[in-house]
Design a protein around this ligand. Structure first.
Ligand SMILES: Nc1nc2c(c(=O)[nH]1)N(C=O)[C@@H](CNc1ccc(C(=O)N[C@@H](CCC(=O)O)C(=O)O)cc1)CN2
Ligand SMILES: Nc1nc2c(ncn2[C@@H]2O[C@H](COP(=O)(O)OP(=O)(O)OP(=O)(O)O)[C@@H](O)[C@H]2O)c(=O)[nH]1
Ligand SMILES: [Mg+2]
Length: 471
């Protein structure tokens, strides 16, 4: 437990119905008593506030009243206040929540009064960090809190809320339990068995690691790969020569006039970023400047950005103009993009010449490709299906894929898997039991980082730093 008390505004700053200010720590209760007055009473025609300094606040009860400045002269706002006595609180410490009117000034005035009364400003994520350090949640649950707040789609939110209630923690605990068991047996063997007698144990350990533990870990790693797209969304870049209809395609995909379209080549200069959902997958669509040879410095800057987008995208929609042949520049551009992340979109299908199309077809046959008209909307839905099927391979966030780890956890699992791998090889039967035991111990240490059970505060600061203040 900490001996200093922290406070922060827990809700977004700005006009809103209600805002919440949170206080956690040993002085939370005293601060509430000092700043809160219970009711407004008319006494000799003068408004009068009943001091609460002699009252007690019962835990988990809601009290109506007013917050005053530390001078106890000015009323700042009419509020509802809740005291939650530790350890029955989010941080396991004494917590006070004040629900005030939400406005930048009023929230900050209340926070100032609380600071004046002795609390310190909370750092980003400090409440959740306290919940972790005081043992209420593990690191995987703290990560789930961030993931839930930042979830770009429903599936991501479902995964996060699953982990918030200990989804990944429990799966990892089962694996840890098995490893622990094996390691304990090895330790006992070192103590009690003669050399040579421990061979059966080693082969038992080897079998269990090979048949149960490693497959369990691989399954988790695989699930992370399958669901990564739901966490970070899919990055789609629309690229091609000037005037082929890239911006028109963006507008079609997002179903609004997001980018300027014109007859002039070089209309789009900067990256235009929009968000859509394809079969529940959050997709970031970026329209880019047409790539061509130019000496115009501003255009060059745009083209540089286009190339950057192409490079970082998960999928590139390479747009071609269906009314003319593929030119040498476009052919070269195509070779610069990885084949498996390219979809060739032959646009202007409403005005094409079939002869020209056959020529284009020959050049792009090895790609996944489709004819569309951004102008009329022809085959735009098929293009969306193609994006979904070809590249995402139809993965759905259904069923137990919700129990997927995140990238940090996957990396830990990969390390654990690598540390265990030597136990499954041919050579293990000749190894001393001490070495087998050490390997198990090492893998236990590694996998333990998923939950962060030993509470190494500094180790996890990078996780809490991703939070907002007040969380
Ligand atoms: N007003 C408010 N809303 C909120 C939160 C909060 O802190 N305050 N939360 C913050 O993230 C989330 C809810 N999560 C919470 C998790 C645990 C406890 C808590 O007090 N747990 C105690 C007591 C449980 C009980 O009495 O049943 C415990 O686990 O010991 C509170 C909120 C979302 N909504
Ligand atoms: N007939 C027809 N014209 C189209 C189609 N798509 C786009 N165009 C026209 O092609 C011209 C260029 O369209 P844009 O969407 O601005 O092309 P762009 O690739 O974004 O061009 P830059 O931003 O200059 O690189 C406009 O006159 C559009 O109306 C289509 O499917 N059919
Ligand atoms: Mg454009």
């Amino acid at each position: 437990m900490f001996n200093h008390t922290i406070a922060a505004i827990a809700t977004p700053l700005g006009p809103g119905g209600i805002g919440i200010i949170r206080i956690s720590g040993p002085s939370a209760y005293a601060i509430l008593k000092r700043l809160f007055v219970r009711q407004l009473r008319a006494k000799k025609k003068r408004t009068h506030f009943k001091s609460s300094s002699n009252d007690t606040f019962r835990s988990h009860m809601v009290y109506h009243g007013y917050i005053m400045g530390v001078d106890r002269e000015t009323i700042i706002d009419e509020v509802l206040a809740i005291f939650m006595q530790g350890p029955k609180s989010f941080t396991r410490e004494d917590v006070v929540e004040i629900q005030s009117h939400s406005g930048f000034i009023v929230l900050n005035r209340i926070l100032s009064a609380i600071i004046d009364a002795g609390a310190g400003l909370a750092m980003p994520g400090e409440f959740t960090k306290r919940a972790f350090l005081n043992g209420r949640i593990d690191i995987s649950q703290a990560e789930a809190v961030i993931d839930l707040i930042n979830a770009p789609c429903e599936t991501a939110a479902q995964m996060a809320s699953h982990h918030l209630t200990g989804g990944i923690r429990d799966i990892v605990q089962t694996l840890t339990f098995k490893l622990n068991n094996l390691q304990a047996k090895c330790e006992a063997a070192i103590e009690f068995l003669e050399t040579g007698e421990d061979r059966t144990l080693i082969s038992d350990v080897s079998r269990e690691v090979r048949n149960e533990i490693l497959p369990g870990i691989s399954k988790l790693i695989q699930r992370q790969k399958e669901t990564a797209i739901f966490r970070k969304g899919l990055h789609l870049a629309i690229a091609g020569s000037p005037n082929v209809g890239k911006s028109s395609l963006l507008n079609r995909l997002v179903e609004r006039e997001a980018a300027i379209v014109s007859d002039f080549p070089g209309t789009t200069r900067d990256v235009v970023r929009e968000y859509i959902s394809i079969n529940g997958i959050p997709v970031v669509v970026c329209d880019t400047a047409g790539i061509h040879e130019t000496s115009d410095p501003v255009e060059c800057m745009g083209i540089e950005k286009s190339r950057n987008q192409i490079h970082h995208a998960d999928i590139v929609l390479m747009v071609l103009d269906g009314t003319r042949d593929v030119n040498a520049f476009e052919e070269k551009l195509l070779t610069e993009i990885k084949e498996d992340k390219t979809i060739v979109v032959v646009n202007k299908d409403d005005v094409v010449d079939e002869g020209v199309i056959r020529g284009i077809e020959k050049r792009v046959a090895k790609y996944s490709w489709i004819r569309v008209s951004a102008k009329t909307g022809t085959r735009i839905d098929q293009l969306k299906s193609l994006i979904f099927k070809d590249i995402v391979h139809g993965q759905q966030g259904a069923g137990d894929t919700w129990a997927a780890p995140n990238l940090r956890q996957r990396k830990i699992l990969e390390k654990t898997s690598a540390a265990l791998a030597p136990l499954t090889g041919q050579g293990v039967s000749g190894q001393p039991i001490e070495l087998v035991s050490e390997r198990l111990k090492h893998s236990l240490q590694l996998i333990g980082e998923i939950s962060g059970v030993d509470g190494r505060e500094d180790l996890y600061d990078h996780i809490f730093n991703q939070f907002c203040v007040g969380k």
